[in-house]
Design a protein around this ligand. Structure first.
Ligand code: AMP
Length: 213
């Protein structure tokens, strides 16, 4: 099964994708991660990407689609991809169908994590990621887990775009560009909406129900 995890920034897409990767041996294809890796290269393209991400703006479809396609081409995982942060507009949604068809694959489920704005702010403002093992925690909700983290607290870093100003811009971009895809996908028989305000493990269990059918 190939799955799209859909929802606003801070909905918990990355957290749930990490769980699916671990438990069901899927590949997490996060366009945000692909773009952050590219921006670390400090090339002119990388610097441009960094500027757009820092301002909460979308990176162009051309760049994102190329990175996505390169990544799918190299993958050994067939029908076990979890899309996190892609597609983010209608053009990307159509492009994804095209790219997958080229590889004789399709989307099996679209899982929409529906989260309210106040929860999103807490999730994003508290988010920290371990630069060694990529696990994410929330400083408000996971105090104990952070203390016990095997890599140590010193490796936990905040994303540059996880600040209040950028959240507002990212949320607006989501509302204007990404949310309309819901109309496109909600007609699909495999569209599943989950209350993303629930606790992480409650959401995880609902996703497991989908994967274990
Ligand atoms: P994320 O890690 O999914 O929150 O993405 C971080 C940032 O990367 C976004 O705020 C956008 O600036 C950029 N980005 C990620 N995925 C896409 C995409 N599919 N299309 C355009 N920009 C993207």
């Amino acid at each position: 099964m190939n799955i799209i995890l859909f929802g606003p920034p801070g909905a918990g897409k990355g957290t749930q994708a990490q769980f699916i990767v671990k438990k069901y041996n899927y590949f997490q294809l996060s366009t945000g991660d692909l773009l952050r890796n590219e921006s670390k290269q400090k090339t002119p393209l990388g610097n441009k990407i960094e500027e757009l991400i820092s301002n909460g703006k979308f990176v162009s479809d051309e760049i994102v689609n190329t990175l996505l396609k390169n990544s799918i081409t190299k993958l050994k995982f067939k029908d076990r991809i979890i899309f996190d942060g892609y597609p983010r507009n209608i053009q990307q949604a159509k492009k994804l169908e095209e790219i997958l068809a080229e590889f004789d694959q399709k989307i099996s489920h679209i899982v929409y994590l529906n989260v309210t704005r106040n929860i999103i702010e807490k999730r994003i403002m508290g988010r920290v990621t371990c630069e060694k093992c990529s696990v994410t925690f929330n400083e408000f909700f996971n105090k104990k887990e952070i203390e016990l983290h095997p890599c140590g607290k010193g490796h936990l870093v905040k994303r540059k775009d996880d600040n209040y100003e950028t959240i507002i811009s990212r949320y607006d971009t989501y509302t204007n560009n990404t949310k309309p895809i819901l109309d496109f996908y909600s007609k699909n028989v495999n569209f599943i909406e989950i209350d993303g305000n629930l606790k992480i493990d409650e959401i995880t269990s609902k996703i497991s129900d989908i994967l274990e059918v």
